[in-house]
Write a protein that binds this ligand. Structure first.
Ligand code: HMH
Length: 220
């Protein structure tokens, strides 16, 4: 099964960038407990803005799945994703008030704007479902890999950040990412070489965007 190996191949081809996205210094500082609260608060505020933009992206992906997927369970998986985003937005508001972050006073930084514009380009109807679901898997799995590393044995994550790490680092989220990867791999087996190349390009673009996103936690 070619599609199944495709993603492993991409990860190996782009290993350096993949590691920079999933083992970023900000995440390593959460993991070893040296993170400063101003970095965490900057990340929290910017990520709230990002997640708000993630809602229409996921809605567009759901629409593509309804129209293009040959497997009905894709729609149910994505619908579950939309439901958890609802919960996630409430969590951001609660977390922000805990840290005295004023969510309505935050302006998106350049890296965030660029990432959101990239998401918008993937919402266009002419973008293939396979390409869009690959992007979605990559976006979710960078967070899953990053935050689950902060929960591993030997990590020294501060108690007040554990809830954040569990949000994306818990086993259920890990399984969800595996299901998304499975959908992407199934689709990659059936599409043309051109679409596969586009999907790889989008994977790389997600990694670059995630690195720049983590970089924002250090401030301007
Ligand atoms: C920047 N990437 C970014 N924010 C997130 N919340 C996720 C991925 C995972 O949902």
């Amino acid at each position: 099964r070619e599609g199944a190996r495709m993603i492993d191949t991409w990860i190996n081809t782009h290993r350096q960038m993949y590691d920079r996205a999933t083992r970023h210094p900000f995440v390593l500082s959460v993991r070893d407990g040296s993170v400063d609260s101003s970095s965490f608060k900057r990340w929290l505020g910017q990520d709230y803005i990002f997640v708000r933009q993630f809602v229409p992206f996921l809605a567009s992906l759901l629409l593509k799945a309804c129209r293009e997927s040959e497997d009905q369970s894709d729609v149910e998986v994505l619908l579950g994703g939309i439901a958890s985003l609802h919960d996630e937005l409430s969590w951001f508001k609660k977390e922000a008030s805990k840290w005295d972050v004023m969510l309505n006073a935050i302006t998106p930084q350049k890296a965030n704007q660029d990432y959101c514009r990239f998401l918008e380009s993937l919402m266009l109807p002419e973008v293939d479902y396979t390409v869009a679901i690959t992007a979605f898997w990559a976006i979710e799995s960078v967070y899953q890999k990053s935050f689950s590393s902060c929960l591993e044995a030997g990590s020294n994550t501060p108690a007040e950040l554990l809830e954040t790490c569990q949000r994306w680092g818990n086993d259920g989220f890990g399984q969800y990412c595996c299901v998304l990867r499975g959908i992407a791999e199934r689709r990659l087996e059936t599409v043309s070489k051109d679409v596969v190349m586009m999907a790889e390009g989008v994977f790389v673009r997600v990694l670059e965007s995630e690195i720049r996103f983590w970089d924002m936690s250090y401030g301007e």
